[in-house]
Structure formats: structure tokens, C-alpha cells
Design a binder for this molecule. Sequence first.
Ligand SMILES: [Zn+2]
Length: 248
Amino acid sequence: MPEGPQMVLLKEQLDHLIGQQLVKATGNAPDIPFDIIEGQSLTAIKTFGKELLFCFQHFTIRIHLMLFGKYAIDGVLNRLLRLGLAFEYAEINFYACECKFIQAPLDEVYDWSTDVMHVSFDPAKALKKLRSKPKQLICEALLDQNILAGVGNKIKNEVLFRRRVHPESVVSEIPESELKGLIHECVKLSFEYLDWKREETDNEHWEVYKKKECRRDRVPLRKEKIGKSGRSCYFCDRCQVLYVPDNI
Ligand SMILES: [Zn+2]
């Protein structure tokens, strides 16, 4: 699943569409009123976490690539088209994604301060939200898009490894200074990830995600599906501290 940095990069790759008129919209996206959106001019492209937002004067089209979504810029893929947007001089086609038509002002729909890559990201608010879920496992809390929008499974695993926090740690047992450290690292890593994506070197940089051995201890890493979400965790039992209540 694409994470926040991939959507920011995609936005950068599409910025040249801004100001162009949407000449033709096609596909089988059920929520999109094709007759209404055609002929309108694109005023902005924004991202919120893992979502890409095509903004027009009176509405927004929201794209979420979910787990298996794909896209092609100025080309097509041999798949069922979900939403194709043909502008005057360029087009983008989306597949296996979720598309939504938003008419409300975006500032009413989104709390930008929860997006780790947004200029208004508020780490104090994120800390407060984390602490409001004291019983949650940290590996699940970091993936909560209402707390840290844009953080996905790769960023989660890498951040926990960098900070030496075990994914099964319980939020209430993690010292506040460490929760702050985790939030800070989510932001830092997201921007590093964006740079790596621009250079197409991201796969060279993962220290724990889909890796076999801890680079610090030279012991095998563990891979487990932890928590209700069942997302994969990669971690080292030796150097990542497990914060749990004494009575467990
Ligand atoms: Zn280790």
C-alpha cells in the first residue's frame, strides 16, 4: 500500500495538470458524476496522508489506492479502468482504487494537522491522541490515520526499529519522551522516504522491513502479524524494548 511520501511524489509528478481543463472522464467508479466533472478546470492537487485530492472549483475528487491500486500517467494498463482523467495535454488513469466525490470544503473534511507531511502537522496533538488510546499496541497506533495520517507499514516498522521499540509495546507503558521520539521519527522518515522515492533508491534504505537480520545484533529478525489489523511486523527481539504492564 502506498504511504504518504508516495502520494506526495505522485502529486509532484502531476502538478503540470493544474490549470488544465478536464476534457474527458471515464471508468466505472460508482461515486463519480462524470457528466458534472467534465469541462471543469483543475485548480489544485493536494494530498492528505495516503489520499490524493484533485481539486476543482466546486468539488474534489479523492483517490485512495488502497492495497492494490495502480495508476498510469499518459498511458494505460491492461486492467479494468476505475477512473481515467483526460486533461487538455495529459492524462492519468487509475485502477483498483477507491474514488470519492467530495463537495464539502476540504478544510471541513480534513484535519490537516494530523498529516505527518503537512506544514501544519501538530506533534502535540498526535501525542495527545496516542495517549488517549492507552491500551493499544504501538504497532497499531502508529498506523491509525486519525493520529498519524500517511504512516504506513514500511514507515511503522522502520520507525520502531530506529527507536528500538518493540511493536507489541502497549502505548500506556511507553515513556512520554519515547512517544514523542516515535512521532518525530515518523515525520523525519516520511521526508527521507520521499527523497529516496525521488531518487528511486527507497529499497536500498530499509533497515528492517522485509529484512532477515538485525544490523545491530546480527541475529535473525522476526516477522509476525501482530494486532487486530494483522499487518506484518519486522523486528528484533534483542534490541527493541518491549514496554508492557508488569502483570502481563
Ligand atoms: Zn537487534
